[in-house]
Design a protein around this ligand. Sequence first.
Ligand code: SAH
Length: 213
Amino acid sequence: MKDTAKHQGLRNQLAKILEAKGITDQNVLDAIRKIPRHLFIDSSFESHAYQDKAFPIAAEQTISQPYTVAFQSQTLAVKPSEKILEIGTGSGYQTAVLLHLKAIVYTIERQHELFKKTASFLPKIGVKPKRFIFGDGYKGLQEEAPFDKIIVTAGAPFVPNPLLAQLKIGGKLLIPVGNETQIMTLFIRKSQKEFEKQELGDFAFVPMLEKKN
Ligand code: SAH
């Protein structure tokens, strides 16, 4: 679990690449520069860690592309102490970015092997979500609702109603919607019943699946 000056240099370069692609939020770029992404992937593939691409982790899942993580984080406009629900913990890299932005993070993963692996890894690098839950993100997390922000990091075939219902008024749900590829979709809760919807471009995620029992 080493983090060296070379890794730091690669992170600085990655942050520059993301800036060139349109990431302007300095706190998000700072997270990219500080968080040792190479520790979130298998050490034999370390050389891929600071390229701007998705990469396989355990159980046929991927760690999201850095640009995607930065884009989602910037779009959510995370502020300190906000209560955020993340669906699809995966490697925990996006979780670490949200925590770097000083959010209070609740995160859900449905793949058990990955859940166990990430649950044992995150404390080793001091990444501490408020709760890390093995469960089905389609249901959200009713007992902790409402949330300021909800971020989904898997491709959802449809928008789960519980996620909309668990937003505060003024809160935001950011979710990639679609099957083969997805449209990044932002919902802003305007009132109890009204949501504003914005479509923010095409992305590619692994699918959001319902929990196996
Ligand atoms: N943010 C993660 C992305 C991982 S890929 C990272 O950067 O590493 C998406 C993750 O969503 C996978 O780990 C997958 O197992 C998980 N997932 C898929 N469907 C889910 C569901 N219904 N509830 C919770 N997690 C889900």
